[in-house]
Design a protein around this ligand. Structure first.
Ligand code: ADP
Length: 199
């Protein structure tokens, strides 16, 4: 079974991913793949340089992320051209990792799952981790030292919680529960979906 795991920043998505891994799932981290293919010698670099020119290439040969951010921020066409390069490579890498884990429960960690239609077709179930905005802000401030305003700005760019919940087969409301309770909820869900006990 393939599960797509998503949730807003600070919802506890990474925590749920690690609970699933400790129960025996294989995690495929799409953000890590996206970063890796745009590092020096990454699979996306030749196409990025051909499309956008040397101005977006850092001295080490990887993507100059600040330059690219400015470019796609100012120009949605540029964002589409970048995505047209990245998405097929990310999909291919995900497929490679998934086939290496055939027969296991595979969890795709996809921050923008709800925002991206193509993802919904690739997974059997969508698991959404949710929390109130106040809790999201508190957790991210505590975790990373960002200002509350910076966290709120990221939340504002992400899918809204109602849209995320509407796309979900299951929602874990990770609010006012201990990590032990969260772990129990995740393991219960695993049993429900796979009909099997966890390790
Ligand atoms: P996300 O991946 O959604 O941004 P994380 O899983 O990294 O969020 O969680 C953000 C922070 O909140 C982490 O430091 C995590 O340990 C903490 N956290 C998440 N869920 C709980 C919970 N139920 N109880 C206590 N702390 C939690």
């Amino acid at each position: 079974m393939r599960i797509g795991l998503t949730g807003g920043i600070g919802s506890g998505k990474s925590t749920v991913a690690s609970i699933l891994v400790s129960a025996g799932a294989t995690l495929i981290d799409t953000d890590a793949i996206a970063r890796a293919i745009a590092q020096p010698h990454g699979a996306a670099m030749p196409a990025i340089e051909a499309e956008f020119g040397p101005a977006v290439i850092a001295a080490d040969g990887g993507l100059d992320r600040a330059r690219m951010r400015d470019l796609v921020f100012a120009d949605t066409g540029a964002r589409k051209r970048l995505e047209a390069i990245l998405h097929p490579l990310i999909s291919a890498e995900c497929e490679g990792q998934a086939s290496a884990a055939a027969g296991q429960l595979i969890v795709f960690d996809v921050p923008l799952l709800v925002e991206s239609k193509r993802w919904r077709a690739l997974v059997d179930r969508v698991l959404v981790v949710d929390a109130t905005e106040e809790t999201q802000v508190q957790r991210v401030v505590a975790r990373s030292g960002w200002t509350p305003e910076a966290v709120r700005a990221v939340i504002a760019q992400q899918a809204d919680p109602a849209q995320r919940r509407a796309a979900a087969d299951a929602v874990i409301f990770n609010e006012k529960m201990s990590l032990a309770e969260l772990s129990a909820d995740v393991r219960n869900l695993w049993e429900r979906w796979t009909g099997a006990g966890t390790r």
